[in-house]
Design a protein around this ligand. Structure first.
Ligand code: SF4
Ligand code: SF4
Length: 379
């Protein structure tokens, strides 16, 4: 028998374990292959019972040859890429990390899909997460904004035609995405936001689509945009900063009355300053960077995070030459799915200029910041 593990302890992980050990294992045995036993559920925190083990314990059993693979159910969406990076960091071979199919009742009744229940993550035409900007500038301008929005001197909206072409090009490689987040800057500043949402829904009918906003413009959203969001099942996610504190209950009521589902972060009172001008050659930083799974699409390229596309604003503001414009060229004729997914799991040159940094009180910097506001090694 093949001894493997499933990530997580949610109902999806338990369902995946059940299908693997019953339907899928039987199919393998009928096919003259070895069956499957799921030895453990791998959890990020402390194991709560005998069926759970930590990532470290899994890595040890894998190194000892006692387990040969890990399956990550697709329902972990936003965490999926971070999990893959964490397993790579623990010494698990990328070819032994598998994605599950989307688990829902309809899929479970279709035997031919059950036969393709798991796919090595590198050859799975699926991304758990994608984000894209519709505006690079913002109406809040927070100090230490990791997308450099306060350094964007003029309004910069994403070109719809270019984006439309890019998303269609991406779909040739990646026909399914778990969660797609539309952000910026402040996405509600873009008068064409509805067009971006409609196109995204048309190309990715199964994805969760969320508009990530600081909330300041929510009550000014047009009736047309609200109706389109209901129709296209697009949600709102509010990044909650102190400037919204007095209006937050009103905004929640507004979204409830408009029947727009929403989520809200805890109020952010601190930001980490995460940039350095002194190159850091420790590649390990990338594998533990939570933003390394914020796969970002812009101008025909895909990158592990937004930094290659927004660092130009930092360079222009302070006459620096940090790496920009890295990423995977979606229009490269030689590009394969495996190339694309492999590149998303590798550090970029730009990663050398990130550090974990220290927390500073959140505050608005406006459009007049100085270098010291952005880098840890100033002076
Ligand atoms: S709200 Fe603040 S952190 Fe978010 S994009 Fe705007 S300036 Fe950046
Ligand atoms: S540039 Fe690299 S290290 Fe910096 S936030 Fe992006 S993925 Fe993380």
């Amino acid at each position: 028998m093949l001894h493997i593990a499933v990530f997580g302890n949610s109902k999806w992980s338990l369902l995946m374990k059940d299908i693997l050990e019953k339907e899928y294992s039987d199919l393998l045995i009928q096919d003259g292959k070895e069956g499957i036993i799921v030895d453990a559920l791998v959890v990020l925190g402390a194991p709560q019972n005998d069926s759970e083990i930590s990532v470290r314990e899994f890595a040890q059993r894998y190194a000892d040859g006692k387990m040969i693979a890990i399956i990550i159910p697709k329902e972990y969406y936003i965490h999926h890429n971070n999990l893959v990076l964490a397993f790579l960091r623990s010494g698990i071979d990328i070819n032994d990390i598998y994605d599950g199919i989307r688990l829902n009742d309809r899929v479970r009744t279709i035997p031919k899909l059950v036969a393709g229940l798991i796919t090595p993550t590198l050859s799975d035409p699926y991304l758990s997460y994608l984000e894209f900007h519709v505006a690079d500038h913002c109406n809040l301008n927070c100090k230490y904004c990791t997308h450099y929005s306060p350094l964007v001197t003029e309004p910069v909206f994403t070109d719809y035609e270019q984006f439309s072409s890019d998303l269609r090009q991406l779909k040739k490689y990646i026909p399914d995405i778990g969660i797609i987040r539309i952000l910026g800057g402040e996405p509600l500043l873009n008068p064409d936001l509805g067009k971006f949402i409609a196109l995204t829904r048309a190309l990715y009918p199964a994805s969760i689509i969320t508009v990530v906003t600081n909330g300041l413009l929510i009550q000014q959203m047009s009736d047309d945009l609200l109706a389109l969001m209901r129709d296209k099942m697009a949600f709102i996610h509010i990044s909650f900063y102190p400037s919204l504190q007095e209006k937050i209950e009103e905004i929640k009521r507004f979204l409830y009355e408009q029947r727009i589902p929403y989520t809200i972060t805890e109020m952010t009172t601190k930001f980490n300053k995460t940039q350095t001008l002194t190159p850091n050659t420790d590649e390990d930083f990338f594998y533990s960077c939570f933003q390394a799974s914020c796969t970002c699409l812009q101008n025909g390229k895909l990158a592990p995070c937004y930094a290659p596309f927004t660092t130009k604003y930092f360079n222009a503001a302070f006459s620096k030459e940090l790496p920009t414009d890295e990423g995977i060229d979606l229009y490269d004729d030689e590009l394969t799915l495996i190339d694309l997914k492999t590149a998303l799991l590798r550090p970029m040159q730009r990663c050398q200029y990130c550090v974990s940094g220290d927390p500073y009180p959140w505050e608005i910097v406006g459009k007049h910041s100085v270098l010291e506001d952005w880098v840890v090694d100033f002076g």
